[in-house]
Design a protein around this ligand. Structure first.
Ligand code: NAG
Length: 370
């Protein structure tokens, strides 16, 4: 009975002493600063000297390094020298990510009596990572109608390092169309954007490739690159162009129905719907509409009525080519002269050219596009 009580008292005493010891040696903390990625065996410092412990004490009290983390010890103690050395790879990026301060907390443990010294190891960043783009190819689609000064955000390059070892600058391959602009936000991240200096023209250049480089501020400096591939999208910036300014045709007045008079043809430098051409008569009188048909898609003009030389010896029709969903048009005339097939052939030939000229001159004089 009595001995049990003493035993409990003794235990209580021990606890008090232990606490006293722990508090006492809280003053014996040491702190070191080392660069990350030092080789195994690198001497961080002499902990025996820094704590005022003799080498003999270290080994007799079984000095060892323990860690706050259960998983890994990053340093060791050499009991014959008192040196604290690197024992495992210290990679700042995997330990602390983007944190500005990275501290490893270890403990020196001595036995008989138990004694703990906290060791703080401040791990400094080295420039061991290069800036990296999440994709090697940055694809952008920019419409050729984009105005000068238009901006296009680029994907950021990431650098696992911190401070000046992280991305500091972006460089863009020299070119006539774009420059680069870099903005730094409140958190210090740098965002880059392309700025259009000179307008694009899809009809001249369907796309362009530019090398983008992200550079960090470390020594030695490291960089990462990506290719910006710009696809220039079509805008309806081109009007249809007819293959001829004037289409001329000569017909006998008794031409059969469905005789093809002429096929007008226009081309458009734009693509897709912007280059889709339809043909229509433009301001054609009702009488003439009843004489000729026009295929909207093919541009084929056919006779659909009976032609009478005595009423009119030549006719001027205007055809309009329209591209896309209603944006641009071109007007072109074609002149059809038809002859009375009772006239001698040579007379017809002599007469026809001047007829065309007259008809042309008499037209409404609206400007020709082309
Ligand atoms: C301790 O340091 C001594 C002297 O530098 C060295 O010879 C010995 O190999 C080291 N011991 C360990 C375990 O690293």
């Amino acid at each position: 009975m009595g001995s049990a009580v003493y035993g409990r008292l003794a235990m209580n005493c021990y606890c008090v002493v232990f606490l006293f010891v722990a508090l006492h040696f809280a003053h014996g903390d040491v702190s070191y600063t080392i660069a990350e990625e030092m080789k195994g065996g690198f001497v961080i410092g002499n902990i025996a000297k820094d704590l005022g412990l003799g080498i003999a004490t270290l080994s007799s009290r079984k000095g060892r390094i323990d860690t706050d983390r259960d998983d890994k010890r990053y340093c060791d103690i050499n009991l014959s020298t008192g040196d604290l050395t690197v024992s495992d790879r210290i990679d700042r990026e995997s330990l602390c990510g983007k944190k500005a301060s990275c501290v490893l907390k270890e403990e020196l443990v001595l036995e008989n009596p138990l004694e703990l010294h906290r060791i703080s190891i401040h791990v400094q960043d080295i420039n061991d990572n290069a800036p990296e783009f999440s994709e090697d190819l940055i694809s952008l689609e920019i419409r050729e109608s984009a105005d000068k000064g238009a901006r296009f955000l680029l994907t950021e390059a990431r650098d696992a390092d911190i401070g000046t070892n992280a991305v500091q600058r972006y460089n863009l391959q020299n070119n006539e169309h774009f420059t680069i602009n870099v903005n730094t936000d409140v958190s210090g991240r740098k965002h880059s954007e392309l700025v259009l200096l000179k307008e694009l023209d899809r009809e001249k250049e369907k796309g362009l490739k530019l090398v983008l480089t992200a550079v960090d501020g470390g020594s030695p400096q490291r960089s990462g690159t990506a290719i910006i591939h710009i696809t220039v999208l079509d805008a309806n910036d081109n009007a249809p162009v007819f293959s001829q300014a004037v289409y001329e045709a000569s017909l006998p007045e008794n031409s059969l129905l469905d005789t093809v008079v002429v096929t007008v043809s226009a081309t458009d430098a734009d693509t897709g719907p912007n280059g889709d051409i339809t043909y229509n008569f433009d301001h054609v009188s009702d009488e003439h509409v009843s004489l000729f048909s026009l295929n909207h898609k093919t541009g084929e003009v056919k006779v659909i009525g009976s032609l009478d030389y005595e009423t009119e010896s030549s006719i001027e029709l205007r055809v309009r080519a329209k591209d896309g969903p209603g944006s641009r048009t071109s007007d072109f005339k074609f002149v059809t002269s038809y002859n009375d097939n009772t006239l001698p052939a040579d007379q017809t030939l002599k007469k026809s050219p001047s007829d065309f000229v007259d008809v042309f001159r008499d037209s409404d004089g609206s400007p020709e596009v082309g």
